[in-house]
Design a protein around this ligand. Structure first.
Ligand SMILES: Nc1nc2c(ncn2[C@@H]2O[C@H](COP(=O)(O)OP(=O)(O)OP(=O)(O)O)[C@@H](O)[C@H]2O)c(=O)[nH]1
Ligand SMILES: [Mg+2]
Length: 381
């Protein structure tokens, strides 16, 4: 529902509060999430009126990050964000209750108001967290160096929340789970070994989901949970192709990747997975698959049923092939054989057709590039 005039004490007008009270009681609701910022006073009043826990958007995001932050660093970042959030609310909500008890305040001690004491305690905790984070970052660097000595490339799954990243992560790595994973599992259970069809090995990394309008003071906490992404060799953007807001979600994810300093990667080289194709009628499913095949930067699949997952593994395999590099090729549209060969051996990053030729941007291994040159010479004779 849309609010025209937010009420200072309860956000909603009293009629709405009563109506919701009945709804909450009838359905035995224990937690109410409000998709708007709540002042601490509003939160307290609503909890009293509804006899249920009430949190706002930032509160919910912090809960999710808290539950999802598995690394020590992630937890520290989330706590830091939660404390900063609390501190900002202290200022807003308690100012009118402030009672200065004399003295100047700036030395601390008996002259401090309660607000200042709270603020100082939080400030101290924040400073301590920052120091701890510095330490953790240093040791994480060591862990990463250790992992880097294992010559496996890292493939990271990113995407909007609920897109199916974890489902895909589990499906792709199911065959790979074994003793060798313990090494990584102890560092971070969201990383697992991935066996590719060629026998090449990689590490697959699952990440926390993106959401739109991430409050700015949560960006650092979010970024900490995405640290692996900035280190990844390949980033796979998992999308819920069936979601009505799929296009807007895609734009949000790309925008956040840009904020995280990964814009270049998002422009060129991001692999896109159109997930949940099992939800479409067969005709629409076939159309999506064809569309994805045309541009070999994307794969249509279902993480739930497994359909199309082999194509993704093949794509990752080719991408990781030694010496693969992007080249531009112009191929006459009449030369269907060469076009088919290019699609079979390379990875078509982009394609623009004019009346006569296909202008392709293709990632090919050096060996295949040599073979292609040879072929074309053969053809042109
Ligand atoms: N029908 C269908 N449902 C899927 C598919 N993949 C995932 N789901 C469902 O989508 C929901 C979200 O899946 P997750 O794998 O948890 O999504 P996620 O991207 O990891 O979500 P966050 O961790 O919140 O970012 C679950 O209910 C899955 O069962 C799919 O291919 N088809
Ligand atoms: Mg997940």
């Amino acid at each position: 529902m849309r609010l025209t005039r937010p009420a200072p004490a309860t956000l909603f007008g009293s009629g709405t509060v009563d109506k919701l009270r009945a709804l909450i009681a009838d359905n035995d609701v224990g937690l109410v999430v409000i998709d708007a910022p709540l002042s601490p006073v509003q939160q307290r009043n609503l909890e009293r009126a509804w006899q249920a826990k009430v949190i706002d958007r930032t509160g919910l995001i912090l809960e999710i990050f808290g539950a999802r932050a598995r690394t020590h660093e992630g937890r520290l970042q989330v706590e830091l964000a939660a404390l900063s959030y609390q501190r900002s609310r202290l200022v807003r909500s308690w100012t009118h209750l402030e009672r200065q008890r004399g003295g100047f305040g700036f030395l601390g001690g008996p002259g401090e108001s309660q607000l200042e004491i709270d603020r100082r305690l939080i400030g101290e905790r924040i400073a301590r967290l920052r120091r701890e984070l510095e330490d953790v970052k240093r040791t994480r660097g060591l862990h990463r160096a250790a992992r880097r000595r294992v010559p496996y490339p890292v493939v990271a799954l990113v995407g909007y929340t609920n897109a199916g990243k974890s489902t895909l992560f589990n499906r792709l790595t199911r065959a790979s789970v074994g003793a060798a994973d313990l090494l990584f599992a102890t560092l971070d259970p969201t990383m697992r070994r991935l066996d590719l069809p060629s026998g090449r090995k990689a590490i697959l990394s699952d990440t926390v989901g993106f959401i739109s309008d991430l409050p700015t003071h949560l960006v650092a906490a979010f970024r900490a949970t995405l640290e692996e992404v900035t280190e990844a060799d390949i980033v796979v953007h998992v999308r819920d192709a069936h979601h009505p807001d799929s296009a807007a979600q895609r734009a949000d994810v790309l925008a956040v990747l840009g904020d995280l300093g990964l814009g270049e990667l998002a422009d060129d080289g991001l692999i896109e997975v159109l997930n949940k194709i099992d939800r479409f009628e067969p005709a629409e499913r076939a159309r999506l698959s064809n569309q994805a095949q045309r541009n070999s930067l994307s794969v249509a699949l279902s993480a739930a049923t497994g359909q199309g997952c082999d194509a993704l593994l093949g794509l990752l395999d080719r991408r990781l092939e030694d010496g693969a590099r992007a080249v531009r090729l112009d191929v006459p549209l009449s030369d269907g054989k060469t076009l088919a060969w290019i699609y079979a051996h390379g990875e078509v990053l982009g394609r623009r057709d004019d009346g006569e030729a296909a202008h392709l941007s293709v990632r090919l291994s050096d060996a295949d590039l040599g073979r292609l040159r040879h072929r074309q010479r053969v053809f042109s004779r």
